[in-house]
Design a protein around this ligand. Structure first.
Ligand SMILES: NC(=O)c1ccc[n+]([C@@H]2O[C@H](COP(=O)([O-])OP(=O)(O)OC[C@H]3O[C@@H](n4cnc5c(N)ncnc54)[C@H](O)[C@@H]3O)[C@@H](O)[C@H]2O)c1
Length: 262
């Protein structure tokens, strides 16, 4: 049986992280070749294990997504390794939070550099490459968040950065429709990844909670009753990347156990 991402070449940013790694594994399982990238000079042990298991399908390239020159070099090197990029999983991001009146310029610059500037220019340069290469069945999946759907008193900069992703997804989908390149986003709820250790510690600080308490609370508040695992994002990402989703563009898909309804 033909795999669902047969003959796709996916570029995944933030691939050493919880969700990025799980989606890379799901893409490989469905037959895609994957250029995986993250900020570290070397692949993490988990990414290296994925590469070792699938040496013909997975290639690691280090990239800081805040650096325009590195994004350009990444796309050239990815093209060189596996041919034209057909699919982008635009996932790298960082988290920080503070009460609104303490959410200063340094935090704004740091979050917007990675989550907004980095994500936008990775997307823009990949789209330019897809148009130039006349890629068939091109698809971009941007990582938004339920935080981009509504504000939070303690999380203003991060929420705004994820709202920007939802907006860029819509604009890019319209711009790319004549090229038949689809642009969608996934909006996770709360997913059990390394990012959450930091999130939990920050909530503990600002809401005077014991460590682990916030993580427990947000899991219990999900309508399905538990925090998602990184693999819970894999199915949605494979679907949006595949030709099964060929009439879906400009959407932000909630993958959140029922937290947000839209
Ligand atoms: N975990 C959640 O609950 C949750 C919820 C909603 C949305 N998200 C989003 O999902 C995506 C993945 O999150 P995660 O939970 O797997 O986080 P994570 O921290 O495990 O992974 C993020 C990855 O991005 C990389 N990264 C950070 N800055 C970078 C840079 N400048 N250049 C290149 N890579 C960089 C990190 O090294 C890390 O490997 C993010 O966009 C995040 O905002 C996560």
């Amino acid at each position: 049986m033909t795999k669902r991402l047969h003959q796709k070449h996916a570029l995944l940013t933030g691939a050493a992280g919880g969700i990025g790694l799980a989606v890379a594994a799901a893409f490989v399982q469905e037959g895609a070749c994957c250029t995986v990238t993250d900020i570290g000079a070397q692949a993490t042990p988990a990414l290296a294990a994925l590469m070792a298991a699938h040496p013909q399908q997975v290639h690691y390239l280090p990239t800081d997504v805040t650096r325009m020159d590195q994004i350009t070099a990444l796309i050239q090197a990815a093209h060189h390794r596996f041919g034209p990029i057909t699919t982008l999983f635009n996932n790298a991001a960082i988290f920080d939070m503070a009460p609104l009146l303490q959410s200063d310029e340094a935090m704004y610059d740091k979050l917007f550099a990675v989550n907004v500037k980095g994500a936008f220019f990775v997307m823009q340069q990949t789209l330019a490459h897809m148009v130039e290469q006349q890629v068939k069945g091109g698809a971009v999946i941007n990582m938004a968040s339920q935080a981009g759907r509504r504000g939070e008193a303690l999380v203003s900069h991060y929420c705004a950065s994820k709202a920007a992703i939802i907006s860029y997804t819509q604009s890019a989908a319209l711009a790319m429709a004549p090229h038949r390149i689809r642009v969608n986003a996934i909006s996770p709820g709360v997913i059990n990844t390394p990012m959450w250790a930091g999130v939990d510690a920050l909530f503990a600080k600002y809401e005077h909670l014991p460590l682990g308490e916030k993580k427990k609370q947000v899991g219990q508040a999900v309508p399905l009753g538990y925090m998602g695992e990184p693999t819970d994002i894999g199915g949605a990402a494979v679907f949006l990347a595949s030709d099964e989703a060929s009439y879906i563009t400009a959407q932000t898909l909630n993958v959140d156990g029922g937290n947000v309804m839209s």
